[in-house]
Design a binder for this molecule. Structure first.
Ligand SMILES: [Zn+2]
Length: 246
């Protein structure tokens, strides 16, 4: 096997490692953003639930208030009723009767309000428990997604270490000339110093390669660089079986 063919063979291995490295780095970059979004969604759900619970507590507070008002008014009526036996004049009796009617009307108003409040409590209680269940289901689902994303971060980090190590082991196999060329392009591009070609397109800069040149690249028997980005072009079928981490 010629040196060039060997170089290209190792370059292809490197491109494959670079593709995997990019995939893992994307996960390490993307998943924390997704986790943050999930945390925000969970907070939003908890806020909404708190809000509903607070408004329910207000109605319950009003119920307790009305209850004590009605009790104290009933007490007043009972006391007033005792006074009845001591009334001496018709005028005093009319005044007493008037007062009794006034107290009864007040109680009636409060009792009507109480009925409304009790109805509201039933309705809101049902709605609150339904919403609370809904929040729980949504939160559980989000938590599972979060755990999955966190697991994938850990997994990708470990895999990245391995792949980068494997890449370092491939590098010494390149001929000195190609290795120098590789280091030079890598320093300039900060990413893959080699690019695969798909059809007639450089996968490093996505420029179209002239058909004749693309044809030569596909033979993988000479070092050809992309005239637009300077990356070394090699040809291979990308392994699309890469696992999904999302
Ligand atoms: Zn290019």
């Amino acid at each position: 096997m010629s040196n060039v063919k060997e170089d290209i063979e190792y370059l292809i291995k490197l491109v494959n490692k670079d593709l995997l490295i990019k995939e893992k780095r994307d996960i390490l970059h993307r998943n924390p953003v997704k986790i943050k979004e999930i945390d925000e969604k969970i907070l939003e759900l908890e806020d909404k639930l708190n809000e509903k619970e607070e408004s329910f507590k207000k109605i319950e507070k009003e119920e307790r208030h009305l209850d004590s008002v009605i009790k104290s008014e009933n007490d007043k009526i009972k006391k007033k009723k005792i006074e009845e036996n001591n009334i001496k004049t018709n005028a005093a009796y009319r005044a007493w009767e008037h007062e009794m009617q006034y107290l009864a009307a007040k109680i009636e108003t409060h009792e009507e309000r109480m009925l409304g409040v009790l109805e509201m409590i039933d309705k809101e209680n049902l709605e609150l428990s339904r919403f609370s269940d809904e929040v729980k289901v949504k939160k559980d689902k989000l938590m599972l997604q979060k755990i999955e994303l966190e697991k994938n971060i850990e997994k990708s980090r470990a895999e990245l270490d391995i792949i980068e190590d494997e890449k370092l082991r491939i590098l010494p196999h390149l001929s000195k000339k190609i290795s120098r060329e590789y280091q030079r392009i890598l320093a300039a591009k900060h990413d893959a110093a080699r690019a695969n070609t798909y059809g007639d397109v450089c996968q490093g800069c996505f420029s179209r390669i002239p058909p004749q040149k693309a044809h030569e690249v596909r033979k993988n028997n000479e070092i050809i660089t992309c005239e637009f980005c300077g990356r070394i072009l090699v040809y291979f079928q990308e392994n699309k079986k890469a696992e999904s981490y999302e």
